[in-house]
Design a protein around this ligand. Structure first.
Ligand code: G3I
Length: 484
């Protein structure tokens, strides 16, 4: 590793008195070095102090000083896409723009997200390629930049529009085969371009001893619900993919292009959705954030600055939400310039901070878990309850008119446990519509939740969390936990 990256850094002229951003083998770490100091004055410094990156989509012709001053992560907006760099046989070409961006990121102590390897769009010479050719391209691209890429978007936008919860049916997903006709591509005899691309990418990373983390990235997957409280089937489908292929997938990008499309609004359950993916053990990123300035009729309020604040807060409140990337610097240079969705106005290096910028900076400066949840947690165990040998469970609720998301924390008592079961009795008229990180029996009345394969074993005092979503009210929930 470049020894300069090991040094304690001044970030674009702004010293970090209480936290030091280090790039260690491609990962951001934050070391506390003293008591809390005054608020940071750049997005990157405030984010680093809170333990996450704050990045920007960038192009070689827009590497103005602001890029390194305000951001500590960079995603090539177009220069690492297959239509720029892939040959028809999976080789590389025209990597000059990508190289420029990677070098700029390194010299400004920024992480890089590679974007993107397998995508139905902007495929260029790879359009229609076989899995074998895709695998060749995956190997060439990952090895070209090695651990200089902290995160690669291995598969981008694999799921259909309009909240169907289905995979896309065009190339490369047209290569998928559901051998036993059970409606998914997860079985041993099935063909799944997502699985096979991640397996290849993981092989390359492991063979090269790289620190690069492998991500799946999509849009309209941000909330548990979409407009009107309809379950977000696209998010649920992504969740199933990540859970099934967890051994190959390290991170999930919620693109977070928020606009007035009914499936693209900001919902109250954004944080709960981030949390359920985080509970799978993956990092979650808001990977392409922009918010229309006239976003209306959304669940959590209008006003661009306020919406930015809420989205940033949802990420900060989940420890494994480790980064936010805005999709460009200024409105005029955005792919959606008419929606004025970014943090700066102006252009061509002469930028002005918008109200949204100040809201984001302020929220980042508050750090993680700075504000209480909108609904106070309902806790079944008084804090004075001594630990028991079995397990205990507490419920936190995020409620809105007609529905709620419950997060249940299961804590082992004074001895290790190998499994758990939580029983909850729901009020009359309340129905569970969706659950994650647990097996569920029943949807009304008395409902049982038990551990899944990866979260049953807990050491003494250790906890895990699962969640469920429901319609109706969630009053008086008293969980009963039984350990095995
Ligand atoms: O560079 C050429 C220029 O030479 C030519 O004159 C001009 C004529 O149209 O096109 C220019 O290329 C454009 C390119 O952006 C660079 O500006 C393409 O037409 C245009 O299609 C391309 O759009 C990009 C879009 O992806 C393509 O799908 C946007 O910049 C980029 O922001 C956007 O990014 C995507 C993410 O990759 C995935 N998630 C959604 C996001 C927004 O659509």
């Amino acid at each position: 590793m470049n020894s300069s990256l090991r040094q304690r850094k001044k970030v674009a002229g702004v010293a970090l008195p209480t936290a030091v951003l280090l790039l260690v083998a491609g990962a951001v770490t934050v070391q506390s070095t003293g008591p809390a100091a005054a608020a940071e004055t750049t997005l990157r410094a405030a984010a680093a102090k809170a333990g996450l990156f704050f990045g920007v989509a960038a192009s070689p012709n827009r590497l103005h000083p602001i890029v390194g001053q305000e951001f500590n992560q960079l995603t090539p907006e177009n220069d690492m896409k297959p239509d720029r760099i892939a040959t028809s046989s999976g080789g590389l070409q025209n990597t000059g723009g990508a190289d420029t961006l990677v070098n700029h990121a390194r010299s400004n102590n920024m992480l890089v997200r590679g974007h993107t390897l397998v995508w139905h769009s902007q495929a260029g010479a790879l359009q229609g390629a076989s899995q074998a050719t895709l695998n060749t391209f995956i190997g060439n691209a990952i090895n070209r930049w090695g651990s200089r890429i902290a995160y690669w978007d291995v598969v981008n936008e694999a799921l259909e529009d309009n909240n169907t919860g289905r995979r896309r049916n065009q190339w490369p997903h047209s290569m998928n085969r559901d051998a036993n006709g059970d409606g998914d591509f997860f079985d041993a005899g099935d063909t799944d371009v997502i699985r096979d691309s991640f397996i290849r990418a993981k092989q390359v990373v492991q063979a090269g001893g790289l620190t690069t983390k492998l991500c799946i990235n999509d849009y309209d997957v941000e909330g548990l619900t979409v407009r009107g409280g309809t379950p977000n089937r696209k998010a649920n489908a992504l969740y199933d993919i990540v859970r099934t292929y967890r051994q190959y997938i390290d991170c999930v990008g919620f693109q977070a292009h928020f606009n007035d499309n009914p499936n693209s609004i900001i919902t109250n359950d954004l944080q709960a959705n981030i949390q359920r993916f985080a509970d799978l053990g993956v990092e979650v990123h808001l990977s392409e954030l922009d918010i229309d300035d006239d976003l209306s009729n959304n669940d959590i309020g209008a006003g661009q600055a306020e919406n930015y604040r809420k989205v940033v807060r949802a990420c900060l409140n989940v420890a494994k939400c480790t980064g936010i990337t805005v999709w460009g610097i200024s409105d005029s240079e955005s792919w959606r310039s008419s929606e004025r969705g970014l943090l700066f106005s102006g252009g061509n290096g002469n930028y002005q901070k918008k109200a949204a910028y100040h809201a984001v900076l302020d929220e980042l400066n508050k750090g993680r878990s700075a504000t209480p949840p909108t609904t106070p947690p309902v806790t079944s165990d008084p804090p004075t309850t001594p630990p028991t040998a079995g397990c205990s469970a507490t419920v936190s609720l995020n409620s809105w008119t007609g529905g709620f998301v419950a997060t249940v924390r299961v804590t082992a008592g004074t001895s290790p446990i190998n499994g758990w079961n939580v029983q909850l009795t729901l009020p009359s008229g309340t129905t569970v519509t969706n659950a994650w990180s647990a097996n569920r029996t029943g949807t009304t009345g008395t409902v049982q939740f038990s551990n899944v394969s990866y979260n049953g074993s807990l050491n003494a005092g250790q906890y895990t969390e699962f969640g469920f979503q429901g319609t109706g009210a969630a009053t008086g929930l008293t969980p009963v936990c039984t350990a095995s």
